[in-house]
Every structure is written in structure tokens, then in C-alpha cells.
Design a protein. Structure first.
Ligand SMILES: CC(C)(COP(=O)(O)OP(=O)(O)OC[C@H]1O[C@@H](n2cnc3c(N)ncnc32)[C@H](O)[C@@H]1OP(=O)(O)O)[C@@H](O)C(=O)NCCC(=O)NCCS
Length: 140
């Protein structure tokens, strides 16, 4: 959690949609449940990349992958994801999903390079049990 502030800046620079799920307290909770799959990439001690892998024991999920804009297109995103793939393999997770916002759909090329495939047989639906507790930024 001592990396939280810097990681939050990376998420912001990545233009990711952030909200009440991304507070220090909530991230600490999910980090405790997923100690092996919250990864950062460092160069000379500075954090330049991050991804949160989570799993429910059945499927894996990834959230908030981001590379510092100064270090993009140098292969670091791919390296971080390869590392995460290996960890999921060791954990025995058979399939990993990512939710991609439609405004960011070009990113499919990045995942396709990594061997991920599109699903046109699935739709995502969401329900918010506590509307008062849930907020997100206004990007979409
Ligand atoms: C997505 C992201 C993490 C990629 O990191 P990166 O270190 O720049 O990626 P890499 O250098 O490892 O990219 C490797 C390949 O993916 C492609 N790629 C990278 N970013 C891409 C993008 N935004 N759109 C399309 N393709 C992309 C590259 O062209 C490269 O392909 P090539 O080897 O054929 O040239 C980075 O662009 C980022 O932080 N984006 C903002 C946050 C975001 O959208 N996260 C994903 C949420 S689902």
C-alpha cells in the first residue's frame, strides 16, 4: 500500500475511469485478497507500470493496467502482462477476463498481440446494490 499514491497517479495518467472503488481503503481490501497478482513495474526504483489482477478462485480478472506515458510503446505493458499470465497459470486459473470501455476499444490490439481474443457471445450487465456508496468519475 505504500505504492498506492504513485499507482493512483498512473491510473489518472492512463485516463482510466476511477471512483469510489479505488480509494486506499478499498484497494487495500482487494490487495489483501489478491496478494500475488497486484503487480508494478519499476525502472531504477520508480514505478512506471501497474496492473491489478484479481480472482475469485474460478476466473481471473485484470483491472487498471497502466504504463506511464513517458515509457509507453517500449514493451513494458506486454512484459507486465506476460508476468501476470504466468502467475495465473501457477495459481491454476484457467481463464482471465478484462473489461474494456468502448471509448478505449483500440486497446483490443494490445490484448490481441498478447493472445487474448474478443468475445462476441457475452454481454456484461451490472447492478449497484448501494447507489449512495458508488461514484465514479465523469469520463463516460
Ligand atoms: C495499454 C498500455 C498499458 C500499453 O502499455 P505499453 O507499455 O505502451 O505497451 P507495449 O509497448 O507493451 O505494447 C506492445 C504492443 O501493443 C500495442 N499497443 C500498445 N498500446 C496500444 C494502444 N493504446 N492501442 C493499440 N495498440 C497498442 C503496440 O502497438 C505494440 O504492438 P507492436 O509490438 O505490434 O508495435 C498503455 O498504452 C496505457 O497505459 N494505456 C492507458 C491505460 C489503458 O488504456 N489501460 C488498459 C485498460 S483495459
Amino acid at each position: 500500500m505504500d505504492m498506492y499514491d504513485r499507482v493512483y497517479v498512473l491510473w489518472t495518467m492512463g485516463n482510466l475511469t476511477l471512483g469510489s472503488s479505488d480509494t486506499r481503503e478499498r484497494i487495500q481490501k482487494v490487495a489483501k485478497r489478491n496478494p500475488d497478482t497486484f503487480l508494478v513495474g519499476k525502472i531504477n526504483g520508480s514505478i512506471v507500470a501497474c496492473v491489478m489482477g484479481m480472482n475469485d478462485g474460478f476466473r481471473g480478472y485484470i483491472y487498471h493496467l497502466a504504463v506511464d506515458p513517458k515509457y509507453r510503446l517500449k514493451g513494458y505493458g506486454i512484459r507486465l502482462m506476460h508476468e501476470l499470465h504466468q502467475i495465473y497459470k501457477q495459481l491454476g486459473i484457467l481463464k482471465i477476463h478484462v473489461l474494456i470501455e468502448k471509448r478505449n476499444k483500440n486497446i483490443q490490439d494490445f490484448y490481441a498481440d498478447l493472445g487474448w481474443h474478443n468475445r462476441d457471445d457475452l454481454l456484461i450487465m451490472s447492478f449497484i446494490p448501494d447507489e449512495e456508496a458508488y461514484t465514479r468519475n465523469a469520463l463516460i
